[in-house]
Design a protein around this ligand. Structure first.
Ligand SMILES: Cc1cc2nc3c(=O)[nH]c(=O)nc-3n(C[C@H](O)[C@H](O)[C@H](O)COP(=O)(O)OP(=O)(O)OC[C@H]3O[C@@H](n4cnc5c(N)ncnc54)[C@H](O)[C@@H]3O)c2cc1C
Length: 422
């Protein structure tokens, strides 16, 4: 692997999801030094938590593995995990960036042997699986985590009053006294790849999210269908682990709604159709019903829509009014108005999946103050600053293909900026 040919300041990539990893690889392989700042304990972002990618229905770990290999092989990429940018000053070609790195409480000597887990007495909700499972307070974020090191969730850990993991670790890799560190970075261009988070479905009282285990949102369903998920990809009814016979998908759960997200997240129709197909793949006789406002499967994604229809997915144009448990408590009953017939319709379901939209992850984040945003909180390309490039879902709610295209273009723009100034 060639090392950096440019002596310009490095390019900073904020966020290590698919967009950030793509931008980092493209810039580094073109001869530039790159620094990735990722706030989680691992790289990969939200895309690696998906069940399978539309339109090809391939598992996200494949592409991630290739990106990761490129990062690992390239000495010009520096990765800071558990780190966030708190302030940006300066301008194109010469930025000063403040970064805070939270402690992992586990050092480079960790071999990920997992012996620490056996003695840890505390549990925590596994955020990688959207709380479907638990891990110990000392945990490996996921099977393909990079860095492949354990981390301690100090909110769940008893700290030095326990220290069982410290005593157990034969590599002296756990240090519960580690402190957060503030660092300053000098960089020449900034790619903002901070991505998205799911809209909070519990804000819609009528949809019952959080009141019943079988009402889940679309990101949780992705984990239920993922080979790397809690059931190794077997989709089961969360309340009792039974096979689901009837599943209802509620499109636009909170989207295109002036009380919630005013915009369309552009991928949720595709995601719901995909999730229905994943269910049908496992249970061809399962009944799948999608309630939608409009189906949005633009361009070549139209083929995917046709595939879903041919697979027998029932599509009803109508907004869901309520979701309630049946009187015997065994099922859920979904009530909606069919916008075509004008009649009220009901569907009984084992699982109801709410297709919640994507909100920018920077809403309420300290970094947000250093950037320009549109009215929904997505990062805009600043007119006043030619060295900052928002990409992927930091810029708009988009699919993986658009995110990687954005990222490649931003790597090129960053390089162009740096070369023009050298
Ligand atoms: C239910 C669902 C299913 C989907 N299925 C598909 C599909 O099948 N095919 C497809 O093409 N698309 C799909 N998508 C869309 C896909 O998830 C996105 O296109 C993709 O995740 C965008 O990648 P990203 O890197 O922009 O953002 P993210 O994946 O969100 O990555 C952003 C990264 O930035 C980090 N970060 C956030 N804030 C900070 C900060 N302040 N400092 C440092 N780091 C930060 C995050 O921790 C994360 O690692 C789906 C979306 C949903 C909601």
């Amino acid at each position: 692997m060639a090392t950096a040919t440019s002596d310009a300041l490095p390019i900073l990539v904020i966020g290590g999801g698919i967009a950030g990893l793509t931008a980092a690889n493209e810039a580094a392989e073109a001869g530039h030094r790159v620094i990735i700042v990722e706030k989680e304990a691992y790289l990969g972002g939200r895309a690696i938590r998906l069940g399978k990618y539309f339109p090809k229905l391939c598992p996200p770990y494949c592409g991630f593995e290739i990106n990761l290999r490129r990062i690992k092989q390239n000495p010009d990429v520096t990765v800071h995990t558990l780190a966030e940018v708190t302030k940006i000053s300066g301008g194109p070609g010469d930025y000063t960036v403040s970064m805070r790195q939270e402690p992992r409480y586990v050092n480079q000597r960790c071999t990920a042997c997992g012996e620490c887990v056996e003695v840890c007495p505390e549990d925590r909700g596994d955020d990688f699986n959207y709380g479907l499972t638990k891990t110990k307070a000392i945990y490996l974020p996921h099977d393909m985590a990079f860095p492949m090191k354990f981390a301690v969730d100090m909110a769940a850990c008893q700290g030095s009053s326990c220290s069982k993991c410290v005593e157990k670790c034969q590599y002296d890799a756990i240090d519960l006294a580690q402190q957060a560190q503030d660092k300053e970075l000098k960089v020449g261009a900034i790619i903002v790849a901070t991505g998205w988070r799911p809209y909070d479905a519990s804000r819609m009282d009528n949809l019952g999210f959080g009141t019943h285990p079988n009402i889940v949102n679309n990101v949780t369903f992705e984990r239920m269908a993922a080979e790397s998920g809690p059931t190794a990809g077997k989709i089961l009814r969360p309340s009792d682990g039974k096979l689901p016979k009837r599943v209802v998908f509620v499109h636009c759960a909170g989207s295109r709604d002036e009380n919630h997200l005013q915009f369309c997240s552009s991928i949720c129709c595709m995601a719901s159709l995909k999730e229905g197909l994943l269910l049908k793949e496992q249970y061809p006789d399962a009944e799948v019903t999608d309630f939608y406002i409009d189906i949005r499967t633009p361009g070549r994604y139209e083929d995917f829509f046709t595939t879903a229809k041919e697979a027998g997915i029932e599509l009803i144009k109508g907004k869901v009014a309520k979701i309630e448990p049946s009187t015997d408590g065994q099922y859920l009953v979904v009530t909606a108005e069919d916008a075509v017939s004008g009649k009220k319709v009901h569907r009984v379901a084992d699982i109801v999946v709410l297709a919640t939209g994507m909100q920018p992850s920077l809403l309420g984040d300290p970094l947000a103050g250093s950037l320009e945003h549109d009215e929904d909180g997505f990062v805009m390309t600043p007119l006043s600053d030619a060295g900052i490039f928002p990409v992927g879902c930091a810029r708009a709610p988009v699919d993986v293909t658009t995110s990687t295209r954005d990222a490649t273009a931003a790597a090129l723009h960053s390089i162009h900026q740096l070369v023009a100034r050298s």
